[in-house]
Design a binder for this molecule. Structure first.
Ligand code: 13P
Length: 250
């Protein structure tokens, strides 16, 4: 059975004090969180080490990005082995903001995924079309390229260790959520791609999260879809009062 997962991407938000207070409040209230849902938070990387030292079993930690390189002269970068050394278990890869503002390509992301898998960190591979691509009816082609170019060189065993996150760019931070049907349609499409390449047994074990203006008022109807295995949450993950109801949206 594939996992239900709700991950909070804090992006470049919250002061040290605010971040600690949110993390503490999530830990304090972790007994209210659905036992069957894996809960992950991805704070700015500067906070990861401290959070990791004060971990709570229920809340897993993710980085928002990592280098594709192993180590060396790459000023400003953080490697997968550094993340591993402080107990980080997940890492976002290819968020649309990184694709758009840091020129991350499918080819580059392929190497980030490999670097993480080599250190036993689970990549949460993000993909999704921009508005123009959806309006012109190209969204399936775009998603197919994003998923296949970065991931389909992997073995069945390796791809089974990855989490996918469909985040239509037009739904991120806009308050405009994909409808449950639009989310299900794309998730089903991606699962079919996985199934065509790796077989149904592999495809059905891979969690595919939805992200884009997911909040307490719409999480239930999104997560009710057969191929939607949880969410990658931005704005609503910045407060325990909104993140916990999303976690409990199954
Ligand atoms: P919002 O939930 O703020 O739309 O952000 C989604 C997102 O980008 C999560 O990675």
């Amino acid at each position: 059975m594939r996992k239900n997962i709700v991950a909070g991407n804090w992006k470049m938000n919250l002061s040290h004090k605010e971040a600690l207070s949110l993390y503490d409040s999530l830990k304090t209230n972790s007994n209210e969180m659905d036992k069957h849902t894996t809960v992950i938070v991805a704070p700015p990387s500067i906070y990861l080490s401290e959070f990791s030292k004060n971990k709570n079993e229920k809340i897993k930690l993710a980085a928002q990005n990592c280098s594709e390189n192993e180590n060396g002269a790459f000023t400003g970068e953080i490697s997968a082995s550094m993340l591993q050394s402080i107990g980080v278990e997940y890492c976002l890869v290819g968020h649309s903001e990184r694709r758009a503002y840091f020129n991350e390509t499918n080819e580059l992301l392929k190497h980030k995924v490999e670097a993480l898998l080599a250190k036993a960190i689970t990549p949460i591979y993000c993909f999704g079309e921009v508005l123009k691509e959806r309006e012109s009816g190209n969204h399936f082609e775009v998603v197919k390229a994003q998923v296949s170019e970065a991931l389909f060189h992997l073995s069945a065993e390796a791809i089974s260790k990855i989490v996918l996150a469909y985040e239509p760019v037009w739904a991120i931070g806009t308050g405009k959520t994909a409808s449950p049907d639009q989310a299900q349609e794309m998730h089903q499409f991606v699962r079919r791609l996985l199934s065509d390449k790796y077989g149904e047994a592999v495809a059905k074990e891979i969690s595919i999260l939805y992200g884009g203006s997911c909040k307490p008022t719409n999480a239930k109807e999104l997560f009710a879809n057969q191929d939607v295995d949880g969410g990658l949450i931005g704005g609503a993950a910045l407060k325990a009062e909104t993140f916990i109801p999303v976690i409990n949206g199954f």
